[in-house]
Design a protein around this ligand. Sequence first.
Ligand SMILES: [Zn+2]
Length: 247
Amino acid sequence: MNAAPADQIRLLDLQAIDSKLDQLAHRRRSLPEHAEIDKVTADHTALKDLVIAAQAQHGDTTRELTKAEQDVEQVRARAARNQQRLDSGAVSSPKDLENLQHEIGSLAKRQGDLEEVVLEVMERLESAETRVSELTARLEHSTVVLTEAEGRRDAAFAEIDAEVEKVGREREAVAAVVPADLMKVYTKLRETQGGVGAARLYQRRCEGCRTEFSITELNSIKAEPADKVVRCENCSRILVRTADSGV
Ligand SMILES: [Zn+2]
């Protein structure tokens, strides 16, 4: 294949631009914020689950307290009724009186036990409340951390994207003047050769693969017409001869 030496040199400009674009894409992909956001998101999701579980626990304990308080109230009401009957003098049989007094005594004991239960549930409810508020605070904090990391990532994206747009415009201008057949080979090579399709011949080396040519090889490259598109024997990249190539 043939191409004017100036077009071959433009290919080096294009290569420099494409490498820059590749670097920008790599930077965009490997921002430290990505890993940070992944981690914070995982923490955030786990915290959300914990808050939901703690709220459910709180709900259950609240219902348990209501039930325990109702139990106390029931026993208390029954004891009050019995006390009323006793005070009214309606019960006269000594046997019935004894039974009634006995029951009032049992109910007092029962009420005391149930009040213990109420206290115990109240303590658990307090712990559940504390847990909900602690977890909620941690969730809020993690939301702030997440938002902040996303903000930094988006700012980095905006900066990189602006640079990509600017370099992309430079690329358009350079690509427009590279002959189509040369561009085709270059593009294909870029795909197969790690993003580098054209390399300068400099100080006896291919700058694509760093292979140093022998004098014989250099002489045969030198013998090629200037408009001949030379390929590196080692990496097959387009080898561009420039004024400082030393050939
Ligand atoms: Zn090479």
